[in-house]
Design a protein. Structure first.
Length: 164
């Protein structure tokens, strides 16, 4: 009788532990997918700010200690030069037009997120003409409190011929 009671109690304890473990995995997974959604929304906002030439909002996406290597830069840049690629074109009278935004992959680990995607865009002249460009982007985001900021990144032109 005692043995049956202990086996039943042990089984109940194991079931409770399993339920708690599964519930915590669901909570972690739910938070990760919420964070992923937040990062994708911020990435889309990034391109909207460029198109609107809202350099203040655009700069607000970047962490104060950012270091990255944009494809248009000969060397890595810090936050103080993050808008150079925009102003170098708008100063010529060109306007940015966002095209297709195509997510590739995202990974969120605690307070760090890495987002990889393709973006197609054009720099348009006053007549609305401009060639389409597609680049690959990788951004590393860091969460501080409730805010995510880009702390690192790199971009490269998409080759004309896809790699196998």
């Amino acid at each position: 009788m005692k043995r049956h009671f202990f086996l039943s109690a042990a089984l109940v304890a194991l079931l409770v532990i399993a339920e708690v473990a599964l519930a915590s995995d669901v909570a972690v997974s739910s938070q990760a997918s919420k964070d992923e959604q937040t990062i994708w929304e911020l990435e889309r906002a990034y391109w909207r700010y460029v198109q609107e030439n809202d350099l203040s909002a655009y700069s607000g996406l970047w962490h104060k200690d950012f270091l990255g290597w944009p494809s248009v830069s000969a060397a890595p840049v810090h936050k103080d030069h993050i808008t150079d690629w925009i102003t170098s074109q708008t100063s010529k009278g060109l306007a940015f037009k966002t095209g297709e935004f195509k997510p590739a992959s995202i990974q969120v680990t605690e307070d760090i997120a890495v987002a990889c995607y393709w973006i197609t865009f054009k720099w348009l002249d006053k007549d609305g003409n401009g060639a389409a460009n597609t680049i690959r982007i990788t951004h590393a985001w860091r969460r501080t409190g409730n805010d995510w900021r880009i702390i690192g990144g790199m971009s490269m032109p998409e080759p004309d011929t896809p790699r196998n």
